[in-house]
Design a protein around this ligand. Structure first.
Ligand SMILES: Cc1cc2nc3c(=O)[nH]c(=O)nc-3n(C[C@H](O)[C@H](O)[C@H](O)COP(=O)(O)OP(=O)(O)OC[C@H]3O[C@@H](n4cnc5c(N)ncnc54)[C@H](O)[C@@H]3O)c2cc1C
Length: 400
C-alpha cells in the first residue's frame, strides 16, 4: 500500500466529508452533541449535493403516502450548523487523490469547476442504480434514463431509484399521470428487497387512485436470492395477495412504452429500476483504486487501498478482504468504525477493523401497513412488524 504520509508528518488541518450518507450523518450528530478534542485544530467541511438526505428505508412508506416528505428527510444544513461544520452544497464530479483535491461544479448545468483540497478525505456518497442491463438496439442507454426532469415522457424512460432525490420527483410525475387515465401500468425491474418493497408500495399507491391500475415485477430468474427460503416464500405470498404479477424474465430494454424481456414485450406507462448498485458517476473520474463496477476499493479499516489518507464507507465502497453487501446497515455500523478511524488517523493512533455481524435484521414493508421481518433463518410478518419498522426508521431519522 502506498504510504503518502509517514506517521510523524501526517497533516491534520482539513478533513473533508464527501456526501451526506448514513455514516456522515452519524459523525455529524456526534459532533453536534460534543465537539471532539481531536478536531480542535481541524477544519471540517461537508460537500454534498442537496441540503437534505432522503432516508431510503422510508421511501416505500412515502410512496404509499404513510409519510410526508419532511418525515423521511434529514436536514443536513441544520445538522452542519449544530455540529459547527461548513456545508458546501455542490455535486462532486471527480476526486484527484494524488493532488488531494475534490472537484465539484456549482450545479449540474454549470461547466465551471471548483476545487476543494484536503488532508484527510472521507467518502460517503452512496452509489448509482446499476443500469448496465438496459440495452436496446439503436438506442444508447443514456437516452433511456431520464436525467432531465423537464422530460415528462415517462413512457420512454427508465427511472432509476438512485439518485433518490431524482426518483422522488419522478414518482410524483407518475402519480399525476396515473390520475389522468384508467388502466395505468408501472413495471418495477429488480430482484432484491428494494425492488419488492417498491413494487408493493407502487401497487398500493396506484390502486388508491384507480383499482384497475397495476404494478408488476420483472425479476429475472430468481427473486431475493441470498435471503432465507422462508422469508422469500413469505414475500412471494404477499406479492400474490396484492395481485402483483411476478415475471421471472430478464428485462432488456424499453421502447415506445413497451418493456422488452428475454421472451416478450410488456406494456409499461412507467418503468422503475431497482437493479442493484454500481459506482457513482464521479468514481469514473478518480485515481483512487476502484473494483467491480466502479466502487472505491477499501481494506478492513474502510481505508482506500491506494491512498491511505482517504476512507470510504457505505455503498460507495467495496471491501477487498471479504464479500459484503451494499446496504444501509453496513453504512451505519461501518460508518461508526470509519469515523473512529478518521479521528485515530489524525493523531496517528491504531486503526480498527469493521467486522460486520453474521446476522442483520431486515424489515420489508408490503405497501399497506404490513411488513415481513427476517433475522438469520427466522422470519415473521404482520402489522406489528410494520410498526416496529416505523419505530426504528423514525428513531434513525429523528435522532439528535
Ligand atoms: C427502496 C430502498 C429501501 C432500502 N431499504 C433498506 C433497508 O431497509 N435496510 C438496509 O440496510 N438497506 C436498505 N436499502 C439500501 C440502502 O439504501 C443503501 O445501502 C444506503 O442508503 C447506503 O447508504 P450510504 O450512506 O452509502 O449512501 P446514501 O444513503 O445513498 O447517501 C449518499 C449521500 O451522498 C450524496 N451524494 C451522492 N452523490 C453525490 C455527489 N456526486 N456529490 C455530492 N454528494 C453526493 C447524496 O445526496 C446523499 O446525501 C434500501 C434501498 C432502497 C432503494
Amino acid at each position: 500500500m502506498k504510504k503518502l504520509f509517514p506517521k510523524k508528518q501526517r497533516p491534520n488541518k482539513k478533513l473533508l466529508l464527501a456526501g451526506a450518507g448514513h455514516a456522515h450523518i452519524g459523525l455529524l450528530r456526534r459532533l453536534a452533541r460534543k465537539r471532539l478534542d481531536t478536531l480542535q485544530e481541524v477544519e471540517v467541511s461537508v460537500i454534498t449535493e442537496h441540503p437534505q438526505t432522503i432516508y431510503s428505508g422510508m421511501l416505500p412508506g412515502w410512496m404509499a403516502s404513510h409519510y410526508k416528505r419532511s418525515e423521511i428527510s434529514i436536514d443536513i444544513a441544520a445538522l452542519c450548523r449544530r455540529a459547527g461544520v461548513t456545508l458546501i452544497q455542490r455535486p462532486i464530479i471527480a476526486v484527484d487523490a494524488d493532488t488531494q483535491t475534490v472537484i465539484t461544479v456549482k450545479n449540474a448545468k454549470d461547466a465551471k469547476d471548483e476545487r476543494f483540497d484536503y488532508e484527510l478525505l472521507s467518502l460517503n456518497t452512496g452509489a448509482d442504480t446499476d443500469m448496465t442491463w438496459l440495452n436496446t438496439d439503436g438506442l444508447v442507454n443514456e437516452d433511456l434514463i431520464d436525467k432531465d426532469l423537464a422530460d415528462k415522457n415517462l413512457k420512454n424512460t427508465v427511472i432509476p431509484v438512485r439518485p433518490i432525490f431524482n426518483f422522488v420527483e419522478q414518482w410524483q410525475q407518475i402519480l399525476k399521470q396515473a390520475e389522468q387515465v384508467s388502466d395505468y401500468k408501472v413495471a418495477v425491474v429488480g430482484a432484491g428487497a428494494a425492488a419488492t418493497e417498491l413494487v408493493m408500495a407502487a401497487q398500493f399507491a396506484l390502486q388508491q387512485i384507480n383499482p384497475s391500475h397495476q404494478a408488476y415485477l420483472v425479476c429475472g430468474e430468481q427473486l431475493l436470492s441470498g435471503f432465507d427460503a422462508g422469508f422469500r416464500s413469505r414475500v412471494i405470498k404477499q406479492l400474490q395477495r396484492r395481485n402483483i404479477e411476478i415475471i421471472y424474465e430478464r428485462a432488456k430494454g424499453l421502447a415506445g412504452g413497451k418493456l422488452a424481456t428475454s421472451k416478450q414485450t410488456l406494456a409499461a406507462d412507467a418503468t422503475i429500476a431497482a437493479t442493484g448498485v454500481m459506482g457513482s458517476a464521479w468514481a469514473a473520474q478518480t485515481n483512487l483504486e476502484t473494483v467491480d463496477k466502479g466502487f472505491i476499493a477499501v481494506n478492513d479499516k474502510q481505508q482506500s487501498t491506494s491512498h491511505d489518507n482517504v476512507f470510504a464507507v457505505g455503498d460507495v465502497a467495496s471491501r477487498v478482504d471479504r464479500e459484503m453487501a451494499h446496504s444501509g446497515v453496513h453504512a451505519v455500523f461501518g460508518g461508526k468504525v470509519e469515523a473512529d478511524n478518521l479521528l485515530a488517523y489524525l493523531v496517528g493512533d491504531k486503526l480498527k477493523s469493521y467486522r460486520p455481524k453474521n446476522r442483520t435484521l431486515y424489515l420489508l414493508a408490503c405497501g399497506d401497513k404490513y411488513a415481513i421481518g427476517s433475522w438469520g433463518n427466522f422470519s415473521a410478518q404482520g402489522c406489528w412488524i410494520w410498526y416496529l419498522k416505523r419505530y426504528i426508521d423514525k428513531r434513525f431519522v429523528n435522532a439528535k
